[in-house]
Write a protein of this length. Structure first.
Length: 183
């Protein structure tokens, strides 16, 4: 873990000197220097006092880099095509277990010719258009503003039944990060 680097980055961003941290925490400047260069690992109690002096939650100092805020700017989104109809999938953001995508279904476009299954749980929100969704024996039509969810291990299918491109926001949760593509 790079806790020391995180502490130094926060301290500098907030224009706080090592001396100010030491004054508030009672720690020595030498010790704080070793903490910031990752040469020593402070106790949880010490980290708690440093976090308080920096005015940040202790939990933030303990996060791994991949657990911190992940920013994907609109122009930086990864875009893929999927299925026979080449459905456009914009990958909005993801964590280890959750992925969020903006999916464009052209008229008649679907997730496949037959229902398919995969690991995880899905939540769908129809932003634009009309879609038909089927999971096992359940099926329904949805319009703008409607949402639905399901366990993806049961075969399912989503199809645009409208005359215009349908846009659906889809979030997928998996217990592991094995399920990379939903289509």
């Amino acid at each position: 873990m790079n806790i020391g680097s995180t502490i130094r980055t926060i301290r500098k961003r907030k224009n706080i000197t090592i001396a100010q941290i030491c004054e508030e925490t009672g720690l020595s400047q030498g010790f704080m220097s070793q903490v910031e260069t990752n040469k020593t690992s402070p106790s949880i109690a010490t980290l708690e006092s440093i976090a308080k002096a920096l005015k940040v939650p202790l939990a933030y100092l303990l996060l791994q880099q991949e657990e911190r805020m992940n920013i994907v700017r609109k122009e930086e989104r990864r875009i893929t095509k999927s299925g026979i109809e080449h459905i456009k999938v914009e990958h909005l953001s993801s964590t280890k277990n959750v992925r969020m995508m903006l999916v464009e279904f052209p008229p008649g476009g679907s997730t496949g010719e037959v229902p398919h299954a995969h690991e995880g749980e899905e939540v769908h929100f129809v932003i634009k258009g009309r879609i038909f969704a089927e999971q096992g024996e359940d099926q329904a039509e949805f319009g703008e503003g409607d949402s639905f969810s399901w366990n993806a291990c049961t075969p399912h299918l989503v199809r645009n039944i409208g005359e215009e491109t349908a846009i659906v926001l889809i979030s997928i949760y998996t217990e592991s990060d094995h399920s990379k593509e939903f289509l």
